[in-house]
Design a protein around this ligand. Structure first.
Ligand code: SF4
Length: 84
């Protein structure tokens, strides 16, 4: 039986963006006050929606121009298309 490897959405997106963007996103995340950070489960939920969105291309939201990994990390962030 073939073993299925599970990877979280955040890690998957981090692997798909250029290394400098992944580092940038990681640095931004660590700079955020912990009370302002979205929980991993919330980021995962948002990224799953972004992944299926017609405005999502190459790790970027074409509606606002943000890297989606950056857009989802702040707790009070909102989707410009009101999808999350
Ligand atoms: S419009 Fe919303 S759901 Fe679509 S990629 Fe942008 S942030 Fe994600």
């Amino acid at each position: 039986m073939k073993e299925k490897i599970l990877i979280c959405k955040k890690c998957e997106i981090m692997q798909s963006v250029p290394e400098d963007i992944a580092e940038y996103a990681d640095r931004l995340y660590r700079l955020l006050d912990t009370k302002d950070r979205a929980a991993d489960s919330l980021m995962e939920e948002r990224l799953l929606i972004c992944e299926k969105c017609e405005k999502h291309e190459g790790g970027t939201c074409l509606s606002c121009g943000c890297y989606t990994i950056v857009r989802v990390m702040k707790k009070d962030s909102r989707c410009p298309q009101k999808k999350w």
